[in-house]
Ligand binder design. Structure first.
Ligand code: FAD
Ligand code: MLT
Ligand code: ZN
Length: 472
């Protein structure tokens, strides 16, 4: 049977775009963290929406599961097929065209396979800011960003991918095309289908196109690194910036010292300009549409107030773009430093800012008591209450051995604290296969059942990314 299917797939996308040889498919079968490797009947590279629809119809007819894939940079194994060798991977990288930049509507229409960085660059070339920004921008694709509702470093000011999306084109599990590419900021015609597909991680439909919001490019940006001694001061600093800089505050990232120690170990050339390795290094960015001088004065005055209030102990303002980029680089490299160090136990959590201090204090205490010597790699988008609270084994201990023995208990400890603090076990990375069980245990029974009802209604055959997010 598989031979016939391959022939039929070739007739849809062309011989060069149905990959079956092991050396051709391998790059699509292991996730970025190298945590999951699967097998596939074929990797398909369609070039347009009609081809995607025809593939889905064919797969539905033969009951073959489809794993949609973008840049394969996701952290939860959502884009990796299972081990059966019976699923097909549908990668959208050839659908990488910007369709229109509508300057008057301040929107960009594009195909799902556009790489995030190239969207940012093409918007900037026309004088617009496309604010979605994450460390994987050079490889992740807009369809993947939408499917995971990605967050990143500008959420504080511009919202996450969901907030930036106005319209979608989606191929349903039946191979129908929903033409929802409208650039409307208001549309109250019943259920919000767009929001149903955003964040659904390829389990409800395949996103083939989108209309996204654009913003004016800021004329000046000031980036600064600030030292704080504890979480209470860090939150006080955030509240001070929120009060005084209001919408000019575009970034507020936190890096605990143990995270920067990993950077120091793996990228020693990247020095923290703050003195004496403070417990917390905070990266703050202000952006303005008025003048350089206006925002610089505001920044200095806020820092002065923070020093006087004893909230901060040191600060360095980037003196030029190169230095500002190096501050951001230091923040973004933590992910790579972790990957270089070896596997770690990732937690992408969020709690209300009012319970953040309690979450960190109590979780740190419990983790250090139960797992002496472990390193708590705590960093993230603190302005959004989003921590990447990752646990690395004690120095010198084999990560695989440590993780195999402790993974389940560490996750449950952290998720228990997240629940106590009124938070969520996934702030921005999604669920995929990694947090399938976590979601079942922590979403709440009614919410979990509603999700399963939606999945059954939209994909009764269970052919779109089965056993990711929810199992039905
Ligand atoms: P993939 O990994 O290919 O897929 C992710 C999920 O979406 C899968 O379930 C897949 O089936 C589904 N999918 C992909 N394309 C489609 C489509 N067209 N239609 C339907 N479903 C689809 N994430 C953040 O949120 N914030 C960060 O700050 C951040 N920083 C990162 C830094 C680094 C260095 C790395 C490696 C990753 C980072 N990530 C971050 C995680 C990742 O980049 C995001 O989740 C991103 O949105 C995934 O996009 P992708 O194109 O790689 O999707
Ligand atoms: C980031 O913000 O850099 C990534 O989302 C974090 C991670 O590596 O966990
Ligand atoms: Zn992040």
């Amino acid at each position: 049977m598989s031979h016939n299917i391959i022939t039929e797939l070739v007739s849809i996308v062309g011989n060069s775009y149905v990959l079956t040889a092991q050396e051709d498919t391998a790059p699509y079968l292991t996730d970025w963290r190298r945590r999951y490797t699967g097998k596939a009947l074929a990797v398909l590279l369609p070039s347009n929406t009609e081809q995607v629809a025809a593939i889905v119809k064919l797969c539905a007819h033969h009951n073959i599961a489809i794993v949609p894939q973008g840049g394969h940079t996701g952290f939860c194994g959502g884009a990796t097929p299972d081990n059966s060798g019976k699923q097909v991977v549908l990668n959208l990288k050839r659908m990488n065209h910007i369709l229109e930049i509508d300057a008057s509507n301040q929107t960009i229409s594009l195909e799902a396979g556009c790489i995030l960085q190239s969207v940012q660059e093409q918007a900037a070339a026309q004088g617009f800011l496309f604010p979605l920004n994450l460390g994987a921008k050079g490889s992740c694709m807009i369809g993947g960003n939408l499917a995971t509702n990605a967050g990143g470093t500008n959420v504080l000011r511009y919202g996450n991918t969901r907030d930036l999306c106005l319209g979608l084109e989606v191929v349903t599990a039946q191979g129908e095309i929903w033409h929802g590419m409208k650039g409307l900021r208001k549309d109250n015609t019943g259920y919000d289908l767009r929001d149903l597909f955003v964040g659904s991680e390829g389990t409800l439909g395949i996103i083939t196109g989108a209309v996204m919001k654009l913003y004016p490019l800021p004329i000046s940006q000031w980036t600064t690194l600030i030292a704080t001694q504890d979480i209470a001061s860090t939150i006080a600093l955030l509240n001070l910036f929120q009060k005084r800089a209001t919408s000019l505050l575009t970034g507020f990232e936190m890096m605990a010292q143990e995270s920067l120690a990993l950077n120091e170990k793996h990228f020693p050339q990247m020095a923290n300009p703050l003195q004496g390795r403070p417990p917390f290094t905070i990266l703050v960015e202000l952006s303005d549409h008025e003048s350089e001088e206006h925002v610089r004065q505001l920044l200095e005055s806020i820092l002065e107030e923070a020093f006087e209030a004893g909230v901060i102990s040191d600060a360095v303002i980037a003196s030029n773009l190169t230095q500002a980029n190096s501050f951001w680089h230091m923040r973004e490299q933590i992910t790579l430093a972790q990957a270089t160090e070896g596997a770690n136990l990732k937690h992408d959590i969020t709690v209300p800012l009012s319970t953040l201090e309690s979450f960190i204090t109590e979780t740190d205490r419990l983790i250090r008591a139960q797992y002496p010597g472990v390193r708590i790699i705590n960093f993230g988008h603190l302005g959004d209450g989003n921590l990447h609270y990752n646990i690395a084994p004690p120095e010198g201990v084999d990560p695989q051995t440590f993780n195999a023995a402790n993974e389940k208990r560490v996750h449950e400890l952290v998720y228990g604290q997240v629940e106590r603090c009124g938070g969520s076990i996934s702030a921005e990375h999604g669920v995929g296969q990694l947090k399938l069980e976590g979601l079942r245990a922590h979403k709440g029974a009614v919410a979990h059942d509603l999700m399963k009802t939606l999945k059954r209604a939209l994909d009764p055959q269970n052919i779109l990314n089965p056993h990711k997010v929810v199992s039905i």
